[in-house]
Design a protein. Structure first.
Length: 253
């Protein structure tokens, strides 16, 4: 009986040989690569716009739009590229919501998050190498905007922004009734519009890995907890709400 229970536990946690097979490891590598490229493009655009061009997203609409477009288009392309390999998470908040709702097993989810964090650090290293010492700053690391009075307010902003993103992910990519061909575009648009409102407030992370990579390499940790707790709370809430309302019960016709 004890052995049988152990087997059930291993299955539920995703620790079986099947769960840890070559397909999973290929997916983990895809998450690493995609996250590294996302940070390089997204945070790299922030460095280019603010450091090289000397523009500020707080008072220059062109800078804000450029940063929003870079993140939105990058995530759309990378989700499309990895959707059939790893599910195109590229974000610990998405993976966290998938684990909470049983869409991804716990052990696989942990490996996904570790790959995303490692990829984010690699992406930030590539930015640092690419720009060398020509640009001062925090490598696109996130920080509270001048209009955000407290980190707690930033937490609320990040929670809401990530809710929008993860709800869109579930509706377009994880729901069996989804229009899967539209998922990358819809997810990219969610990231884009979230950036348009969120960049002047918190930098619009919605993704702990996106915040962690540049922060780690630049050693910039101001209010860093906001960019973990906010996205994980918003993503988890969105996933649980979508699952309970739309995935855990049959259609009523």
């Amino acid at each position: 009986m004890a052995f049988f229970e152990l087997q059930l536990t291993a299955e539920s946690l995703g620790l079986t040989a099947r769960d840890m097979g070559l397909r999973t490891w290929r997916a983990i590598v895809a998450e690493f690569i995609a996250t590294a490229l996302f940070i390089f493009i997204g945070a790299g655009t922030v460095v280019t716009v603010t450091g090289v061009l000397g523009l500020s997203p707080y008072d220059d609409a062109a800078a804000l739009v450029a940063i929003a477009l870079a993140h939105g288009l990058a995530i759309a392309l990378l989700v499309a590229a990895t959707a059939k390999i790893s599910g195109g998470h590229i974000n610990p908040a998405v993976t966290f919501a998938a684990v909470l709702t049983g869409r991804t097993k716990v052990a696989v989810g942990v490996l996904y998050v570790l790959a995303q964090i490692a990829g984010a650090v690699m992406g930030a290293i590539l930015i640092k190498v690419g720009f060398a010492d020509d640009v001062e700053g925090h490598l696109g690391a996130h920080a509270m905007g001048p209009g955000v009075a407290t980190a707690e307010l930033g937490f609320v902003v990040e929670m809401v922004l990530t809710f929008v993103l993860v709800f869109t992910v579930f509706a377009t990519a994880m729901d069996p009734r989804r229009l899967s061909d539209l998922a990358p575009a819809a997810i990219g648009l969610a990231v884009l519009v979230d950036h348009l409102i969120g960049v002047p407030l918190t930098g619009a992370s919605m993704n702990p890995a996106r915040s962690f990579g540049p922060a780690a390499i630049a050693n910039f940790w101001d209010d860093h907890w906001v960019y973990w707790v906010g996205p994980l709370a918003g993503g988890g809430l969105a996933g649980l709400l979508y699952y309970s309302l739309y995935l855990s019960r049959p259609d009523e016709g």
